[in-house]
Design a protein around this ligand. Structure first.
Ligand code: S3P
Length: 170
């Protein structure tokens, strides 16, 4: 299995990942958690690290981690909201066995879930910025191979997982 969960901040990626991670025995991690671990930080300290060190540095580390996992050829991964960028989508194209699943959650729901989270630098910029970033990214996310609704639709999630585990290329 080689599956990446992607979607906007607050789309429910971590919730979904935790559900599946517990059923998946093997290589599995959340990109933000893994990046924080490698930097010697707690996950909730990553936002501050980004603010202090800059986005370029963060995006470079994120892309390097992506290439590392793509080369492994297996695993279940939860991407950060910005990992599925135009540039990184091209990297996916060279690894056709790496499949992508977009948790397509309406931006209003995403905002409601994360608006109080002071550890996410892109949330601190406010609602208008958050909504326009979503608009700018939506067409990128839609290049994902699969998509699911992120409105805690458990039966839909379970159905996908069951079918996916049996047949990774549905
Ligand atoms: C980001 C989303 C965050 C984190 C970083 C940048 C983004 O992850 O990677 O703050 O660009 O959308 P989550 O989507 O898990 O919040």
């Amino acid at each position: 299995m080689h599956l990446y969960i992607l979607g906007f901040m607050g789309s429910g990626k971590t919730t979904l990942f935790k559900k599946w991670q517990s059923q998946y025995e093997g290589l599995a991690f959340d990109f933000d958690h893994e990046l924080a671990r490698r930097l010697g930080l707690r996950p909730d300290e990553l936002g501050q690290w980004i603010e202090e060190n800059g986005w370029d540095d963060f995006r470079t580390k994120e892309s390097e981690l992506l290439v590392e996992t793509l080369k492994k050829g297996e695993g279940l991964y939860c991407l950060g909201g910005g990992t599925f960028s135009k540039e990184n989508i091209e990297k996916f194209n060279s690894f056709p066995k790496a499949e992508t699943l977009w948790l397509n959650t309406p931006v209003e729901i995403c905002w409601d879930r994360v608006k109080e989270d002071r550890n996410r630098p892109l949330v601190k910029q406010g609602k208008d910025e958050f909504f326009s970033l979503y608009k700018a990214r939506e067409s990128q996310y839609s290049k994902s191979k699969y998509q699911l609704s992120g409105e805690n639709n458990l039966p839909e999630w379970e159905e996908f997982w069951k079918n996916y585990v049996i047949n990774p290329s549905l």
